[in-house]
Design a protein around this ligand. Structure first.
Ligand code: CUA
Length: 313
């Protein structure tokens, strides 16, 4: 699947098209004002310069008509910008009414929880969405203020504790769209990546079906079985949920289908068995300050745990 260019100039939903249109409109007006003002300054400086030492230019002490004009015109321009902005805000973020959200996003220090409440699926850091569907996201925070920002797809929006906000988006193209947290939220703010995977509706439906299977798959080789015992015997389960086992922690990401994800640690590492074992053994090496402690495992134990988790599709 194609990785899309991440840019506010790469609008890929009606919402971001509307935002881009407003930006170009504001830019055009600002450019006109800039050209007019600098042009006049240069023109006047040359045209009315002092030509001889003895000469004193004509002295004007105010002109009420002129001053009224240059107050009213900027005021009208500002009203025009206000109307265009309010119109765009309404188009991008219409009232939610009774509509239930398709996805509830809970921002955490420093990862994203994605819940699909209608089908009871929970995942992390990678948001799957069906192509062309008018999707409503509900944004919450578990701790401090974060900001959900995927420039190609949706309006930038704060996730505020105790005060949910809503984001509409209708993806127009399939692909992988990157985003990030856009509100400084502590040590790992810069390692709080978002990956939106837009896929055809039937592929999305298959993904959702796989996510609904619990437990994901029983471990079928010796290393994975040892890994499962380690997982349930160590402190992993205090923080992580793994559906179908006794692990119901809600501090860290849900690991039920970890193997389906492309990255680890909210985008810091590609997800494969080797990197997962390194991540488990030493998360602080890759994401210093994150809330996952180094768990004091031997290398072999970390590899067994990784073998177990990488089988969870
Ligand atoms: Cu979360 Cu910055």
């Amino acid at each position: 699947m194609k990785m899309e260019r991440t840019s506010v100039f790469h609008a890929t939903s009606p919402q971001t098209h509307a935002i881009a249109k407003l930006f170009y409109f504001d830019l055009a007006i600002s450019a006109l004002i800039f050209l007019l003002v600098t042009g006049l300054v240069v023109f006047i400086a040359i045209r009315f310069r002092r030509r001889a030492d003895a000469e004193i230019p004509r002295q004007d002490l105010g002109d009420p008509k002129l001053e009224t004009i240059w107050t009213v015109i900027p005021a009208l321009i500002l009203v025009g910008l206000l109307v265009a902005t309010a119109y765009t805000m309404h188009r991008v973020n219409p009232p939610v009414g009774e509509r239930a959200p398709d996805v509830v996003i809970v921002a955490h220090q420093w990862w994203w929880e994605f819940r699909y409440p209608q089908v009871r699926v929970t995942t992390a850091n990678e948001l799957h969405l069906p192509l062309g569907a008018n999707t409503l996201l509900r944004l919450e925070s578990a701790d401090v203020i974060h900001d959900f920002w995927v420039p190609d797809l949706a309006a930038k929006s704060d996730a505020i504790p105790g005060h949910p906000s809503f984001v509409w988006l209708t993806p127009e193209r399939e692909g992988i769209f990157l985003g990030s947290c856009a509100e400084y939220c502590g040590m790992c703010h810069g390692q709080m990546g978002i990956r939106v995977i837009v896929e055809p509706p039937e592929v999305f439906a298959q993904w959702l079906q796989r996510q609904q299977r619990t437990p994901a798959a029983p471990p079928n080789d010796a290393a994975a079985q040892r890994g499962q015992r380690l997982f349930l015997a160590h402190t992993c389960m205090n923080c992580h949920t793994l559906a179908g086992t006794a692990a119901h922690g809600v501090i860290g990401p849900d690991l039920t289908h970890l193997a389906e994800r492309q990255t680890l640690g909210a985008g810091v590492l590609t997800n494969d068995a080797v990197r997962l074992a390194q991540w488990i053994a030493e998360p602080q090496r890759f994401k210093e300050g994150c809330h996952m402690p180094n768990p004091r495992l031997t290398d072999a134990e970390a590899r067994d745990l990784a073998a177990y988790l990488e089988a969870l599709q």
